[in-house]
Design a protein around this ligand. Structure first.
Ligand code: GLU
Length: 547
């Protein structure tokens, strides 16, 4: 390729390869350290699958004395959304997944291997592309979209593999004169790689998650620089992950079929490729019991923000995702109930990857309840308040006004153990779970069964006459037993079970009636403590509702 053509293809002054390589020295890290990254396209949204992938990459780096960085892949300028980088960083930050290098919330960058935003690296890609053109490893392509359509139709008609390759690559062997003529005529062009691969050769790929795979080599002369001068994903991946010293690429399995292409490009550059880990996409079970991938269109939980908005505890989301990655997570948690979630040793060999991990709300909620049960009342209070300030300001005010009461309520039956309270799974549940402290419940007559309303009235008025908020728990319970036996209910379960026909019911039915009067529900945390917190007057008022 003549210098004249090179200058016409790349008219801007570009840094030399030497200068670039000098700006990106090899990283000085301990042997075996992992450098990994999350490389989202800034489309205004972080899919839970990308978050899952970023978390995996982060764990891999930080568990192996390495570096995790964030790279903004904004080469598709048409899809770029203002503020999208902030969305990603906020989502990661919410879970404490902090990149060591890369774009930051305030619009600056940190780290020595930047810029970490691809649109700011245009001249770097161009410099490498120019080098390839110079060496004959790439060439300008002047094909119009009509030319490409025609090529496709011909290939389709003849039952051939589709694509720009071999003799279908019209611009592959243009002479310097033809190129010059096109450039002088100001024909738009792109730069294509001159593939060195043969489709009939098989490439063996060692994937950290998928294992050993054999795939046909790449034969396509893929585009490396687009009309706007920016690189395609493939070219940017090679250049960036080399310069930034990435050792491990964790990405979605939609890129798996591109691995032969990427290995070919690394070889053409004379660079060492990273290790690849392609993870299966997260799936869910649809209503008809079929697995399908989590879709942005159908599932609100596809957006990682859904979990923050609905007040899911951060640790629970992380625990759940780790549980999807490594099936032994739960055993580890049982053996280490108080250890921070980030101390879990994620085992890459044990990430199951035959099918996509199945995202399941029932399991997530059960993990949430365990996580909340392990927290102190103060922690639950402050997390709920933080959440409410952002998403439910009226409830936040209520919480602040009643903070002592709410904390005592949250403290009932708290702690690790079989009897620990498991009623809360997320901060958004707290308002409903605590509603009866803020106002007397509305009671639906149907809930009394098997009791009849006249009995409930009598129980309530008898109990109101003896209730004393200062009683200790034994006295409190003895009074309930007394009211039970005065009204024809067995004072203890043993008597009732021995002669059920002799009684209207047992003390448990009486306690249930009182519980419903206090809380509006048949199940609640410890009733004695609830009454204590409500206070003498409020208890009496609630007892008088049916009286
Ligand atoms: N921007 C690419 C994507 O969002 C990144 C893939 C990669 O991690 O290399 O799919």
């Amino acid at each position: 390729m003549t210098p004249e053509i090179l200058d016409l293809l790349f008219p801007n002054k570009l840094p030399t390869i030497k200068e670039i390589e000098k700006r990106y020295p090899a990283r000085q890290l301990p042997p075996g350290a992992v450098v990994s990254r999350l490389a989202p396209s800034p489309t205004g949204y972080l899919h839970i699958g990308n978050f899952y992938q970023g978390f995996m990459a982060e764990r891999l780096a930080h568990q192996n004395q390495g570096v995790f960085f964030l790279r903004v892949e904004d080469t598709d300028q048409a899809r770029k959304v203002e503020g999208a980088v902030e969305v990603v960083l906020r989502a990661l930050g919410h879970y404490g997944i902090m990149p060591d290098e890369g774009a930051q919330i305030d619009g600056t960058e940190c780290g020595k291997y930047g810029p970490y935003t691809q649109s700011l690296r245009k001249e770097i890609y161009q410099s490498y592309a120019k080098e390839w053109v110079k060496k004959g490893l790439a060439y300008p392509c002047f094909c119009s979209s009509e030319d490409i359509d025609l090529m496709r139709k011909v290939q389709e008609k003849q039952g051939l593999r589709p694509g720009y390759y071999g003799r279908y690559a019209k611009c592959r062997d243009l002479s310097d004169e033809q190129i010059l003529e096109n450039l002088k005529a100001k024909k738009p062009f792109i730069i294509r790689m001159r593939s060195t691969g043969d489709y009939n050769n098989r490439i063996v790929v060692e994937d950290l998650l998928k294992g050993k795979l054999s795939m046909p080599d790449n034969e396509l002369d893929i585009v490396i620089i687009k009309k706007d001068g920016l690189p395609t994903y493939h070219f940017a991946h090679i250049v960036d992950d080399h310069l930034m010293g990435t050792t491990n690429v964790v990405r979605g399995e939609e890129w798996l079929s591109s691995v032969p292409l990427h290995l070919q490009m690394f070889k053409m550059m004379g660079w060492q490729p990273p290790k690849y880990a392609h993870h299966a996409l997260l799936q869910k079970m649809d209503d008809s019991g079929k697995r399908r991938k989590i879709s942005k269109r159908l599932d609100p939980e596809a957006n990682i923000e859904y979990f923050a908005q609905n007040g899911y505890p951060q640790d629970a989301v992380l625990e759940y995702l780790l549980n999807l990655m490594n099936a032994n997570f739960e055993d580890w948690r049982k053996q280490n109930p108080t250890v921070p979630v980030m101390d879990f040793p994620l085992n890459f060999q044990k990430i199951s990857n035959t099918a996509g991990a199945l995202f399941d709300f029932v399991k997530l909620h059960s993990i949430c309840r365990d996580v909340v049960a392990r927290m102190t009342a103060d922690e639950v209070f402050s997390e709920t308040l933080n959440w409410a300030k952002q998403f439910k300001p009226d409830f936040a005010k209520k919480l602040e006004k009643n903070s002592d009461m709410v904390k005592s309520v949250l403290n009932i039956e708290r702690g690790i153990g079989p009897k620990s309270r498991k009623d809360l799974s997320k901060w958004a549940d707290v308002e409903n779970e605590l509603s009866y402290y803020f106002e007397a419940p509305t009671i639906d007559a149907a809930v009394w069964a098997p009791l009849i309303e006249s009995d409930v009235k009598k129980i309530a008025s008898d109990y109101a006459a003896v209730y004393n908020n200062d009683d200790d728990k034994d006295t409190w319970f003895n009074k309930i037993k007394q009211v039970a036996s005065d009204n024809g209910f067995a004072a203890n379960m043993k008597d009732y079970k021995a002669n059920p026909d002799n009684y209207k019911g047992s003390v448990a039915d009486v306690a249930k009636a009182l519980r419903i009067l206090m809380t509006g529900r048949a199940q609640s945390p410890d009733l004695y403590q609830i009454m204590k917190i409500l206070g003498q007057k409020e208890v009496s008022d609630r007892l008088s509702v049916v009286g």
